[in-house]
Design a protein around this ligand. Structure first.
Ligand SMILES: Cc1ncc(C[n+]2csc(CCOP(=O)(O)OP(=O)(O)O)c2C)c(N)n1
Ligand SMILES: [Mg+2]
Length: 258
């Protein structure tokens, strides 16, 4: 398995551009592992990304066909490619800013149309690549370069947004639990219709250092302790899960088409 994953990576780009402690590298590994475990061929797939650190996950790291497109427009390019060649397995991998702010309209309309594609959102709650500006996913009260006194605007819950828009597979997993993450990615990939995975991926450089996380390890530990599975949440008192982040498969995960 590891040998297969090794072959799927464009080794010429290593060491990668990700900062030490960035969660995007774990996600990159999980995507490749999911594809390898499904025994899918990279030649049958197309990876599309917009602009941002997350957009670097497939391009140039994957040895596959990739489109590294305009900021916010990954889903539009992916739609065109899918319509031209419906046999392609199309996967979009991009950031929270790219997919839900500048590209928010493409996201909701592709979900509404139940386009047959998989969208993986590397969600670090910030515009990582451009200097740590506030995003539509930044938690309330968090400091960013544009909200030095704390974010006053409520963030999107991307899973609720995509579910409401019509997505037929909707899930969230953090990079700190790579085995469930890989399992969910596999379901999203084989799902027929619009599948969306909100992947919580820490950004120590732009988010962590402004929000009193001393090390990347602190961020990973915080993320692990803050996530609660939907199954566990059902049997837990509401008070105990206040302020926690629900993770798991919200739509289409149980015996659906996946
Ligand atoms: C039209 C346009 N507007 C703004 C930018 C600048 N820009 C590039 S990436 C980015 C934000 C990326 O954030 P996100 O998608 O969350 O990715 P991350 O870097 O956090 O992984 C911005 C604002 C751009 N490239 N093009
Ligand atoms: Mg981001």
């Amino acid at each position: 398995m590891n040998e297969k994953i090794y072959q799927m990576i464009n080794q010429q780009v290593f060491p990668s551009a990700f900062c030490p402690g960035c969660g995007h590298g774990i996600l990159m590994n999980a995507i490749l592992r999911a594809i390898a475990e499904l025994e899918m061929e990279m030649k049958d797939m197309l990876f599309v990304s917009g602009i941002g650190c997350a957009a670097w996950i497939p391009s140039p790291h994957f040895k596959a066909d990739t489109l590294h497109t305009l900021h916010g427009r990954a889903i539009a390019y992916a739609t065109g490619a899918k319509l031209y060649n419906p046999k392609l397995k199309v996967m979009i991998v991009s950031g929270d800013g790219d997919l839900s702010a500048i590209g928010g309209n493409h996201l909701i309309h592709a979900a509404r149309r139940n386009m047959d594609m998989t969208v993986v959102c590397a969600n670090n709650g910030i515009y990582g690549m451009t200097g740590g500006q506030v995003a539509s996913t930044t938690p309330l009260g968090s400091r960013t370069s544009t909200t030095p006194k704390g974010n006053q605007e409520p963030p999107f819950d991307l899973c609720k947004l995509v579910e409401a828009a019509g997505g037929t597979f909707v899930a969230r997993q953090p990079v700190v639990t790579p085995i469930p993450l890989t399992r969910t990615l596999k379901k999203a990939i084989v799902h027929k219709g619009f599948s969306f995975v909100d992947v919580l991926s820490p950004c120590p450089t732009q988010f962590g250092r402004r929000n009193a996380f001393r090390t990347p390890y602190d961020m990973l530990t915080y993320l692990k302790n803050t996530c609660v599975s939907v199954e566990k949440a059902k049997s837990t008192a509401p008070d105990e899960i206040k302020g926690k982040i629900l993770v798991g498969e919200f739509v289409g995960g149980k015996g659906g088409e996946a």
